[in-house]
Design a protein around this ligand. Structure first.
Ligand code: NAI
Length: 246
């Protein structure tokens, strides 16, 4: 198990699903964590359960000033920043482009794409102050292919890959590593709350392994990419999809 006992890490979207699993996993590996989420209650509950090494922070990642405040809070609470997981995200209404409300487009882009940019914008300078760091951006298999009815989500996740590659190019020489994980469909509230049982069964069948992934499976790959063991992994997209894209 990778040791994170000397690492300070921000996890966004830590109150639920994949982000919660990542925060729990990194806490078990000894990291000091800022569990950041729009859902204050959820972040506080998690931090209360995991103890003093985890501090909750309420953030709307679609707002640059709040993301900056999240990074400032982390450096003042723990004394620096070594790692970040830009994971907070929302689903999109199942609507084809010709009928998509431009406000819905903006909302999804605001959280799923702008939120990742704001994270990189403020996390990178804080990490450079400590001599570098590692960032994982949560993309999706929908960052690699299209998906009917999800144009804003697909565009945002493709954008996350572009940001990931460009951040790696810009800062690799300064000991920064920036990678993206591309989960297939993972059993979380984001999926469960938006799908009928029938649709869920259809999704399961689309994964050659015959099931959805678990948040814990995403957490394990994320921890590896954040850890010093992944020292040559940079600017890359790591699908984790039970063979979906194969
Ligand atoms: P979830 O809905 O279980 O958790 C998302 C968390 O993000 C929630 O705690 C929510 O409060 C928080 N959040 C939402 N908007 C926010 C904002 N503006 N600022 C701060 N926090 C905010 O979702 P899940 O499934 O855990 O998704 C996490 C990430 O993984 C998302 O980026 C999603 O796009 C991505 N993903 C999920 C897949 C899945 O099948 N569940 C597949 C591929 C990617």
């Amino acid at each position: 198990m990778q040791d994170f006992s000397d690492k300070i890490v921000i996890v966004t979207g830590a109150a639920s699903g994949i982000g919660e699993a990542i925060a729990r996993d990194l806490a078990a590996r000894g990291a000091k964590i800022v569990a950041a989420d729009f859902n204050r209650e959820g972040a506080e509950k998690l931090a209360g359960e995991l103890g003093d090494q985890v501090r909750p922070f309420m953030v709307d990642v679609s707002k640059a000033d709040q993301v900056k405040a999240m990074v400032d809070f982390t450096t003042s609470e723990f004394g620096g920043l070594d790692g970040a997981v830009n994971n907070a995200g929302i689903g999109a209404p199942d609507v084809k482009m010709g009928e998509l409300d431009p406000d819905d487009w903006q909302k999804v882009i605001g959280v799923n794409l702008n939120g990742v940019f704001y994270g990189l914008r403020y996390q990178i300078p804080a990490m450079l102050e400590r001599g570098g760091g590692a960032i994982v951006n949560m993309a999706s298999i929908l960052g690699a292919v299209g998906w009917s009815g999800a144009s804003a989500y697909v565009a945002a996740k493709h954008g996350v890959l572009g940001l990931t590659q460009t951040a790696a190019l810009e800062y690799a020489a300064q000991n920064m590593r920036v990678n993206a994980v591309g989960p297939g469909f993972i059993e979380t509230p984001l999926i469960r709350e938006n799908m009928s049982d029938e649709a869920l069964a259809g999704l399961e069948a689309m994964h050659p392994v015959g099931r959805l992934g678990t948040p814990d499976e995403v957490a394990k790959l994320t921890a590896f990419l954040l850890s010093d063991q992944a020292s040559f992994a940079n600017g890359a997209y790591y699908p984790l999809d039970g063979g979906f894209l194969a």
